[in-house]
Unconditional design. Structure first.
Length: 318
């Protein structure tokens, strides 16, 4: 296990290097000048040149890249001239709301998807199955921000059960903090549940056709226990894979929803950085998000052995 873990961690390095080259190239070759954004259109050329020199933007691109990469290896992602703080500090401040939102969203998605997908597979071809499939089609077609606006209009503006927008850390005020995260969490989770529901249904259908399920049924195992214990456990691998990918997507793809609900997460930080041409923030956020996504995939691979011992045995033989 330790050997496998070490190999997987080492394999992350070339991926991160490729990502660093790509994002650095895109950011620096895209038209736009952060110096002009900082100083404004009325700044003199001397002021522009002085600031560009202090920011290191007058150096050749290859020198700028290796200078930035050297800082990455020492844990220094640079500083934001707009936020007046280090990139790591900015990411640390904005990562907490994003992770909290992602946890709520994935919880909502699982609470909806696992029962619906399992029951749809058990009652295949019935009106229940067709209704669940209709729900998934709508969920996959409607963007999360549209559902977010609907939820905001209904539950925040009309019923006034939740704040319209804003963020409070649940660690400071648990009840108010949860209220600020519920609507965006439901908006993201309900949409994500559509794909997980379809995957759960397909995986459960495959297991229900297996011989050992018929054998368990012949021994008198109840249908409820058969469905939610034997079947769902053996259908867990594709569901677990999709949950891991979904969690990574929630962390990286919630920018619009965070902006609508004014949640100061990584998505909104990245959107603001792009609009201001904040090179350091863009590069740092993309690199950290990529690392997080890769680590999530690694954790999912390690969990395979817990869900299905055959996977662990397969690794041991290899």
């Amino acid at each position: 296990m330790l050997s496998y873990l070490g190999k997987r961690l080492l394999s992350l390095i070339p991926v991160l290097l490729v990502v660093s080259v790509v994002i650095f190239s895109i950011v620096h070759l895209t038209p736009g000048d952060p110096v002009r954004t900082i100083l404004g259109p009325d700044a003199s050329q001397a002021q522009v040149d002085a600031l560009r020199d202090s920011m290191g933007l007058n150096q050749p691109l290859i020198a700028q890249y290796f200078s930035w990469l050297g800082g990455v290896f020492t844990g220094d992602l640079g500083d934001s001239f707009f936020l007046r703080k280090s990139v790591l500090a900015a990411i640390g401040d904005n990562a907490v709301p994003t992770l909290q939102l992602a946890v709520i969203a994935i919880t909502v998605a699982l609470l909806l998807a696992i029962p619906l997908g399992t029951l749809a597979a058990r009652h295949r071809g019935t009106s229940l199955d067709r209704g669940v499939m209709a729900f998934t089609l709508i969920g996959m077609a409607v963007p999360s921000f549209v559902l977010g606006l609907i939820l905001m209009l209904l539950f925040a503006v009309q019923l006034r059960w939740f704040p319209v927008a804003g963020y409070v850390n649940p660690a400071d005020d648990f009840l108010l903090g949860i209220k600020t995260l519920i609507l965006p969490g439901i908006a993201l989770g309900a949409i994500m549940s559509a794909l997980i529901t379809r995957t759960t249904r397909a995986a459960v259908l495959d297991v229900l056709n297996a011989d050992y399920i018929d054998a368990a049924r012949s021994r008198g195992v109840s249908e409820t226990r058969l469905l939610f214990t034997h079947t769902l456990k053996n259908a867990g691998l594709p569901i677990l894979t999709l949950v891991g990918l979904t969690f990574g997507t929630l962390v990286t793809g919630a920018a619009v929803t965070e902006t609508i609900f004014n949640v100061p997460g990584l998505g909104s930080l990245l959107v603001q950085a792009i609009s201001r041409r904040d090179y350091a923030i863009i590069q740092g956020v993309v690199l950290c998000v990529t690392l997080f996504y890769l680590l999530i995939n690694l954790v999912i691979d390690l969990l395979y052995g817990l869900v299905d011992p055959r996977v662990r045995l397969g690794k041991a033989k290899g």
